[in-house]
Design a protein around this ligand. Structure first.
Ligand code: ATP
Ligand code: MG
Length: 439
């Protein structure tokens, strides 16, 4: 039994948190039988492909039977055949950094490295095992996996491997959408997402896996931008803070925020390029695109909202403007702010002063709203009786209702007793005047 795959790679990179993969000469039936006789929990959904899932020490571990030389090339989906040696198995793996193995049952075993994987790991290189174009033809998903590892690890792609990717990229069209989307999603969430996206374009995969974005390349912008729409998009995905419960939607919104631009571009009277309504047009395109990619519904809604609103620019010092802004965002103002900050990262001007003021204003408004939900008149009945030296009666309820309504409307800050007293005095003057007129 051999430790293989991502866990070994990430261990050598001192990058933890990876599920373990093992390879063995035992056939799936035998692995299953051993597992059952030991009474460990098993998953057999991958059995047809040689993989049994085993729960070991509370962690899901995959045990896969050695692969044999089965690929014929061509378009037919190859059947999995099993091999009998680890050498044969490693030769079937995609990249040298993934083709390392270590005997797992003998403590202190050396690493088996047939293709220079450790050297490539140290140098930060993604290199195909064997003849690149042939390996990508066998399974074009390897192209995207290679770009994904480059984006996750910050590695370069070896020139011969890159050339093989470019040569075979049209075959990506034959893959299922699920397999493409899984890799694409990992690329955009990765620490080197920007480099990953540039590689997607470089190998010619963009028109195949994201044709809607292809017109961004070479779509020149006005003097506020250092880049064309594509370069700006790449910089925005790289810059967006990928954190919070909706990090995924943020990242996709960064990728798609200017989707509408190439479709609405026009010359303004001052000679600059204009992109009027690109936010609205982009927001119409987003759900169609993301549904095709089979992105989860909840993310589609949020990405669409963020794209639609990314040009909103409320005045931080104007309460009503800030409240209108917040009311359109259904609680996702922090996600929109993260997008706006990232969007600004590749502009020639620095908008951070504005974004900091907007963030503070939003935080204040949200805190006020939380207080207003517990909206109470800043003055109690006793406060009012003491203020006006008057018998308790229905007048107290009238005043308190009025004051709490003003707190709810945002016209009176919660707990602001001085302001509340001035209002109460004004109301009482009116009331006395009415009483006198009646007499
Ligand atoms: P991660 O789990 O972080 O995605 P990983 O390298 O473990 O990375 P897996 O998809 O879990 O990737 O695959 C485990 C191993 O199986 C890989 O390291 C690689 O050796 C091999 N492998 C996976 N997919 C392919 C493929 N399409 N072609 C060739 N080998 C593959
Ligand atoms: Mg893995």
């Amino acid at each position: 039994m051999w430790a293989v795959g991502g866990a070994l790679r990430d261990e050598l990179l001192a990058r933890g948190g990876h599920d373990e993969d093992f390879a063995t000469d035992a056939l799936p039936d035998e692995v299953e039988e051993v597992g059952r006789s030991l009474g460990v929990p098993l998953v057999t959904v991958g059995k047809r492909f040689g993989t049994i899932g085993v729960l070991l020490d509370g962690r899901w571990t995959e045990i896969t039977t050695f692969r044999g030389d089965s690929y014929e090339g061509g378009t037919r989906w190859p059947d999995v055949t099993f091999g009998s040696t680890i050498e044969e198995d490693l030769a079937r793996r995609d990249f040298t950094v993934n083709a390392l193995a270590r005997e797992a049952t003998t403590p202190g075993s050396a690493i088996l490295d047939l293709f220079g994987g450790r050297e490539d790991l140290a140098a930060g290189i993604i290199r195909a095992v064997g003849e690149p174009a042939r390996r990508f033809r066998e399974d074009p998903l390897r192209i995207l996996r290679g770009l994904r590892f480059a984006a996750q690890l910050g590695f370069e792609i070896e020139p011969g491997t890159l050339a093989g990717m470019r040569e075979t990229a049209p075959l990506l069209a034959s893959l299922s959408q699920e397999r493409i989307t899984t890799e694409l999603d990992k690329i955009v969430q990765a620490p080197w997402a920007g480099d990953g996206l540039e590689l997607v374009r470089e190998v010619g995969a963009l028109p195949i896996i994201l044709p809607e974005l292809a017109p961004m390349v070479g779509c020149e912008q006005n003097s506020f931008h250092q880049f064309d729409v594509w370069g700006h998009t790449v910089a925005t995905v790289q810059a967006v803070a990928k954190e919070g419960p909706d990090a995924r939607a943020r990242t996709w919104a960064a990728l798609l925020h200017d989707l509408g631009k190439p479709y609405v571009r026009h010359r303004k009277t001052n000679g600059e390029w204009g992109f009027y309504r690109h936010d609205a047009v982009g927001a119409e395109m987003v759900p169609v695109l993301l549904d095709r990619l089979r992105i989860a519904r909840k993310d589609v809604h949020l990405v669409t909202l963020l794209v639609r609103r990314h040009m909103d620019r409320p005045k931080p010092e104007d309460r009503r403007s800030v409240r209108r802004f917040l009311s359109k965002l259904g609680g996702h103002w922090e996600d929109l702010l993260a997008l706006k900050r990232a969007d600004n990262a590749s502009h020639t001007y620095d908008d951070e002063g504005y974004h900091a003021a907007l963030e503070a204003a939003c935080r204040r408004a949200v805190a006020e709203d939380a207080a207003a939900l517990r909206a109470e008149s800043p003055l109690s009945g006793d406060d009012l009786v003491a203020m006006f030296d008057r018998e308790p009666g229905p007048w107290i309820r009238v005043l308190k209702d009025r004051l709490s309504a003003m707190v709810l409307d945002g016209d009176l800050a919660p707990g602001d007793q001085d302001h509340a007293r001035r209002i109460a005095r004004g109301m009482m003057r009116e009331k006395r005047k009415e009483e006198r007129e009646k007499e």
